[in-house]
Design a binder for this molecule. Structure first.
Ligand code: GTP
Ligand code: MG
Length: 380
C-alpha cells in the first residue's frame, strides 16, 4: 500500500526526471527553465536584451583561401598593461584587415608581468597563438656602467629644450630595447620575420596578400610605410660614431648599400632621414647578423641611448641602410597606415584595390618633412 506521501514523492520524481530529459533534448526548453532565467524572472531583471541571440541567426565565417605555405613570422607588440585599449584597437584592425585570413601568431612583450585581465582581452581578439613575455631586467634598465650624473644632466638639458620625451628614462630604455634587444627575447628565437605593431595605430586598407612571404621570397630585410627626419637634439653625436664604425669595419658594408638615403654628401654628414619604426616588417636574422650586432654594441658602448636620446628608428634605419643592399629595403606602398600625427594613404588604383578608407589627400609621402623622395632616388 502506498501512503499519500509516497504518491507525492513519486509524482515529484517523475516531474524532475522529465525536466532533466527535456533540458538535455530541447535547447529552448533548457534555456527557458534555466536557474539564471528563473532568478531573473523572480528578481524582475529578465530584460529582453539579455536573451542571447539563437545560433540560427549566425552566419558561419566565410571559408577563406589560405596559401599552402607561410613564412616563419610573428607580430611583435611591446606594451604596458596600461596600453590595453590602444593595443586592442590596433590588433582588432589588423585581424579584420589581414590576419583573420593569414593567422600569424602574436608575441607581446612587457618590462612588467602582464595582468590576467590584459591576457584575457588580447587572446580573445584572435584565433592565432598569442604568447606573453616578460623582458629580463638586464635587457631593459639603464646599465650600471652609465654615469647617472652625466645622464641626468643630459635629461635636464633636454627638458629645458622641450625635446619630446627628453626627461624620460623609461622612454630611453624602450628605445635601447627596440634597437638591440627585442630580437633576442626567448619567445622570438623561433621566428625570423616580424611585424611591429604599436597601440592606437590605424590600418586603412585590406591586406590580402602575405607581406612576410614577399619579404622572404624577394630576400628583403626591412619594410616601412613612412620615413622622415629625426629631431637633431636627440642625436648630436650619433653620426660621428657611425662614421668611426664604418672606418673600422669597411668589410661589413656592401657596395650597393643605401647610404644615399642617410647622407647627401657621401657619408660626411647625416641628413637625419629614418624609417619610422613604429611600423616595421623586417627580418630578425638581419638584426642578429654580424654587421648589425657589432654596430649596436659599438653604439651602446658610447652611451648615447642615455647621454643623448637615440631612438630605435634612426639606429635601425642606419643599420638597414648600411648593411643591406638597397633593393632589400621595401616601401609597403599598399599598406595604409597611421601613427599620430602622420599617415601613409595609398593613392589611385592602390586605394581602390585595397578598399582603403583614408582620405587620399592626407598623405605624408611627399610632405616637406618626409624622406620618401630620398628612398625613391636610390632607384633612379
Ligand atoms: N612595456 C613597456 N612598453 C613601453 C614603455 N614605453 C613605451 N612602450 C611601448 O613602446 C612602443 C613605443 O612607445 P611610444 O610611447 O608609442 O613611443 P613613440 O611612438 O615614440 O611616441 P608616441 O607619439 O607617444 O606614440 C609602444 O608600443 C609602447 O607601448 C614602457 O615603459 N614599458
Ligand atoms: Mg607610438
Amino acid at each position: 500500500m502506498m501512503t499519500p506521501m509516497r504518491y507525492v514523492l513519486l509524482v515529484l520524481g517523475i516531474i524532475v526526471g522529465l525536466h532533466y530529459i527535456l533540458s538535455f533534448t530541447h535547447d529552448e526548453y533548457g534555456k527557458a527553465t534555466s536557474v539564471s532565467r528563473i532568478t531573473d524572472f523572480i528578481s524582475g531583471s529578465g530584460s529582453p536584451y539579455r536573451e542571447t541571440i539563437p545560433d540560427q541567426y549566425y552566419k558561419p565565417a566565410d571559408p577563406v583561401y589560405t596559401l599552402d605555405r607561410k613564412a616563419n613570422a610573428t607580430f611583435v607588440m611591446l606594451v604596458r598593461n596600461s596600453d590595453l585599449s590602444g593595443i586592442m584597437s590596433s590588433m582588432k584592425q589588423l585581424e579584420d584587415r589581414f590576419n583573420r585570413k593569414f593567422n600569424y601568431p602574436y608575441v607581446l612583450l612587457n618590462d612588467e608581468p602582464f595582468t590576467e585581465e590584459f591576457k584575457k582581452y588580447i587572446s580573445a581578439l584572435t584565433h592565432a597563438d598569442v604568447e606573453f613575455g616578460l623582458i629580463p631586467k638586464e635587457h631593459w634598465v639603464q646599465p650600471p656602467w652609465i654615469d647617472e650624473k652625466k645622464a641626468s644632466a643630459a635629461r635636464e638639458g633636454m627638458v629645458n629644450q622641450n625635446v619630446i620625451y627628453g626627461g624620460s628614462v623609461p622612454y630611453r630604455n624602450m628605445c635601447r630595447f627596440n634597437s638591440g634587444f627585442f630580437y633576442r627575447q626567448e619567445l622570438l628565437q623561433k621566428y625570423r620575420y616580424y611585424w611591429r605593431v604599436e597601440p592606437d595605430v590605424k590600418f586603412f586598407c585590406d591586406i590580402d596578400y602575405d607581406p612576410f612571404l614577399v619579404m622572404q621570397d624577394q630576400q628583403k630585410v626591412y619594410g616601412f610605410t613612412i620615413s622622415l627626419f629625426e629631431y637633431p637634439e636627440t642625436i648630436p653625436t650619433l653620426w660621428q660614431h657611425v662614421r668611426a664604425f664604418i672606418k673600422e669595419n669597411p668589410g661589413l658594408i656592401p657596395v650597393d648599400n643605401a647610404m644615399a638615403f642617410l647622407s647627401d654628401d657621401g657619408g660626411e654628414s647625416y641628413n637625419r632621414c629614418h624609417f619610422w619604426s613604429n611600423f616595421e616588417i623586417a627580418d630578425m636574422d638581419f638584426w642578429r647578423s654580424e654587421g648589425y650586432s657589432k654596430l649596436f654594441d659599438y653604439l651602446d658602448e658610447k652611451g648615447g641611448f642615455y647621454y643623448e636620446r637615440w631612438g630605435d628608428a634612426p639606429v635601425h634605419s642606419i643599420g638597414a641602410a648600411l648593411f643591406a643592399r638597397k633593393e632589400q629595403l621595401h616601401f609597403f606602398d599598399d599598406i595604409g597606415y597611421r601613427h599620430e600625427p602622420f599617415q601613409h594613404c595609398p593613392q589611385g588604383d592602390l586605394h581602390s584595390k585595397s578598399k582603403c578608407w583614408c582620405d587620399p589627400g592626407q598623405n605624408f609621402d611627399y610632405e616637406w618633412y618626409s624622406c620618401l623622395n630620398k628612398y625613391d632616388a636610390l632607384f633612379k
